[in-house]
Design a protein. Structure first.
Length: 487
């Protein structure tokens, strides 16, 4: 029985942030783009849901921002951090004229992204499952799909896997196991609720740090709804699963400032939670294939940068591929593969600082006197500083600079009743991390496997759906017949 075959320039597996962001520039360039997704839209997915201005501008680039704003979201122009007697208030740095952050539930946001990709000219096929990547002469040349009306293959010059952490494409191309990764010490728990402050709610993304927990209060969509996220010890997630309401109330009781802010909230939504947050880098491109978004790289969600990176590097991937496929000299697969490798290297260079920051922030435990004094160096100035770490305006180590670290160290040692021995021990433990993350960012080569002190062993990304099949692509019988010599 013959296999039905369709042709496209690019086939994309997954139609959320990275997949739609890549599809838009490809379709705008006049290429035939088919995007397949096993789900339908609108639908939810586990996520922190927030985009700071650097990420919101990506919505504008892909033509989705007007549709997002039509949902009536809150716009947050400030970041606030409260940790004991430390309170930081900063205004976000603008990008492309955008000076606000957004927090949109993923069922609403992703439906708008899918529509933006369709408006650009991409074909989006929902409820279509990719079974296998198909190959010819050692090169990925398409995917085998399963839909309600049967199985078929889509053949293309490039397969983009934008299908998340559990990426089937990553498993199919033999890139499932990361070449570097780190075990996360935190899990996260979140739920939506009606903001008890209503119209008087702060125009800010708020972070409340207390008792080893980091709780985010994120004005959401529509205005008046708020997302509350607890970045807690991963070991506490099982207790949340056993008795969510008791654990949630305990979180509020341990943090009086947070309780005053959202303790009277009503109309709370369904809680979501996970402790499966290993950070990693996978080898993300090869002959005829590339991994975008969480399929290729994932960092701790406390950095608030996952969706931004998926959107930005999805767009940059689409632009790079469109240029390669539109080469006047015709398709040169070596040139395409080199462009993909260059794209991956640029993604890694842009994300590595935040990856290490996320690894350090994911260590559970209360704020130390040293860290609190470093945070205090940001107090009293509402210009973008600490917020630039979320906004990716500067590398984290340039924001939390050696100067700030020294000031924080001196202040903590001089504080009345300071445990100087414990503080110096902490410095001795943190110094290797400072040195190794700088070494990695500035000196280590592409796809370096050299360990750093910020990474923790014991990580797992689970097992792939199946071993790589390396299934041979079906033969187009029409083309094969045309190629046969005449009798």
């Amino acid at each position: 029985m013959s296999t039905s075959i369709e042709k496209a320039d690019v086939v994309i597996v997954g139609s959320r942030c990275a997949g739609t962001a890549a599809a838009v520039p490809l379709a705008r360039a006049g290429l035939k783009v088919i995007v397949v997704d096993k789900g339908g839209f609108p639908s939810d997915t586990l996520s922190t849901h927030v985009l700071v201005p650097n990420g919101v501008q990506e919505l504008q680039f892909m033509g989705a921002l007007d549709g997002i704003l039509a949902l009536g979201p809150s716009k947050s122009r400030y970041l606030t951090v409260r940790d004991g007697d430390v309170e930081i208030i900063e205004r976000f740095r603008p990008f492309s004229g955008i000076d606000y952050a957004l927090c949109i539930p993923r069922d609403q946001q992703d439906a708008v992204l899918v529509q933006a990709a369709r408006d650009a000219g991409a074909e989006i096929r929902e409820r279509t499952k990719v079974e296998q990547v198909v190959w010819r002469d050692g090169r990925a040349v398409g995917v085998r799909c399963k839909a309600r009306d049967g199985e078929y293959e889509i053949h293309a010059e490039l397969v983009i896997g934008a299908d998340g952490r559990r990426s089937r494409v990553a498993g199919e191309v033999g890139a499932w196991t990361p070449y570097r990764a780190s075990k996360n010490g935190r899990g996260f728990v979140f739920r939506y609720l009606d903001d008890p402050l209503g119209a008087d709610a702060p125009d800010a993304l708020e972070i409340f740090r207390a008792d080893g927990e980091q709780v985010l209060v994120l004005p959401s969509c529509p205005a008046g709804r708020t997302l509350v996220v607890n970045m807690t010890d991963a070991a506490a997630i099982q207790a949340y699963r056993s008795d969510f309401h008791a654990q949630w109330q305990g979180m509020l009781d341990r943090n009086p400032a947070l309780k005053a802010r959202v303790g009277d909230a009503t109309n709370a939504g369904k809680p979501r939670m996970t402790d499966d947050l290993t950070a990693y880098y996978r080898r993300s491109c090869g002959p005829g294939w590339v991994l975008a978004g969480d399929a290729g790289h994932f960092k701790d969600p406390t950095t608030g940068n996952g969706m931004r990176d998926a959107l930005k590097f999805g767009r940059l991937l689409g632009e790079a591929v469109a240029t390669s496929l539109h080469d006047p000299a015709g398709l040169d697969t070596d040139r395409l593969d080199a462009a993909l490798r260059k794209w991956e290297a640029a993604r890694d260079a842009d994300t590595i600082s935040t990856y290490h920051w996320g690894n350090r922030e994911s260590r559970p435990g209360a704020t130390s006197p040293l860290v609190r004094e470093v945070l205090r160096t940001f107090v009293g100035d509402d210009r973008p500083n600490l917020s630039d770490t979320f906004n990716r305006a500067r590398p984290v180590e340039n924001v939390i600079s050696p100067k700030r670290l020294v000031i924080g160290l001196v202040r903590s040692l001089r504080a009345p009743g300071a445990d100087r021995k414990a503080i110096l021990k902490e410095v001795w433990g943190e110094l290797p991390m400072e040195l190794s993350l700088r070494r990695h960012r500035l000196l280590d080569g592409f796809r370096s496997t050299r360990p750093t002190s910020t990474e923790r062993a014991g990580w797992s990304v689970g097992t792939p759906h199946s071993a790589p099949s390396y299934r041979a692509a079906a033969v187009d019988e029409g083309l094969a017949a045309a190629a046969e010599p005449a009798a």
